[in-house]
Design a protein around this ligand. Structure first.
Ligand code: C5P
Length: 290
């Protein structure tokens, strides 16, 4: 049996460069893995079947991204191999935290090892990108520059141990709806991202705070009344360096200067019943095995 921890992500920077003929948007984004995890365990099955159990109801198994990831890998690289997969969810769904995508890509990582396929990172990323635009990022996580529809990934030096509080406002936001809203407001000059650093530079929270930008933020707040309400309620929290919506929402991220202020904010938000709050830290690149 193998166990892998599938991390959530935030986007430090997200700009939309335009709409593509295939209906997707051309984006530039810096994705960042954080230590809020789902858990995936995989076990070999002798009968060649793939089964998936989850501790929460995710609808039909065949539609689940983890199941689809396993089938894709099996069809292309592991004919006749079977697996029993168990998924334990903690990452809120519909939150712009990439939970489903991370589960899918980390299921690929786990099955690659379980079935001893020896696939390297690039072929895994290419398989992952067939499942969703931000899946390729989750093969290795860390801090990554992503372009195209999000699937063209280029690792950046790690930004480790920054404190980020995640608030899930108990509302699901639909990514296509957010992009559709933005399409009606494509009248801005795209921003450039300026984050260059060397692997041994320690990037501090203040520097990241000055860089944060998310073009989807206004649209996410516009399409979700609940996010709008919680956004308005959290404008004045103490100690926050910068506050931003993660990806297409609904989660709000608060960059904090240290561990104590991060845990304190998470407690305050939770006590005020604004949603589920998590005190997290940024992760380095690499798969997190048990
Ligand atoms: O690729 P994925 O299934 O994650 O995308 C979900 C939806 O988000 C797409 O159907 C599309 O509406 C929107 N999207 C987009 N441009 C991107 C990524 C996603 O328009 N770069």
């Amino acid at each position: 049996m193998l166990k892998v921890y599938a991390p959530a992500k935030i986007n430090w920077f997200l700009e939309i460069k335009g709409k593509r003929p295939d209906g997707y948007h051309e984006i530039e984004t810096i994705m960042q893995a954080i230590d809020l995890f789902d858990e995936i365990t995989v076990q070999e099955r002798d009968d060649g079947r793939i089964t998936l159990d989850c501790d929460v109801d995710l609808g039909p198994v065949e539609d689940n991204l983890v199941y689809r990831a396993a089938r894709l890998l099996q069809q292309q690289h592991a004919q006749g191999r079977g697996a029993q997969i168990a998924l334990k969810k903690q990452i809120p769904h519909g939150a712009g935290l990439g939970g489903g995508s991370s589960d899918a890509s980390n299921a690929l990582n786990a099955l690659n090892r379980l079935w001893d396929l020896g696939l390297e990172q690039k072929p895994l990323e290419s398989l992952a990108s067939e499942l969703g635009s931000d899946c390729a990022f989750f093969v290795q996580g860390g801090t990554t520059w992503c372009t195209g529809r999000g699937e063209v990934v280029e690792p950046m030096p790690d930004i480790v141990g920054l404190h980020v509080v995640i608030l899930y406002p108990n509302a699901v936001v639909s990514t296509p709806r957010v992009y559709a809203d933005l399409s009606r407001h494509l009248t801005y000059d795209p921003r450039d991202c300026y984050l260059f650093h060397h692997p041994d530079d320690r990037v501090d929270a203040l520097r990241m705070a000055s860089l944060v930008a998310n073009r989807l933020q206004e649209s996410a707040i516009r399409v979700s009344g609940r996010l709008q309400h919680v956004w308005a309620q959290t404008a004045q929290e103490s100690g926050v360096l910068v506050r931003f919506v993660s990806g297409s929402g609904s989660a709000i991220a608060f960059l904090m200067p240290d561990d104590a202020s991060s845990h304190s904010l998470a407690r305050v938000l939770q006590d005020r019943k604004l949603g589920r709050a998590f005190a997290t830290k940024t992760l380095p690149r690499g798969v997190v095995w048990e």
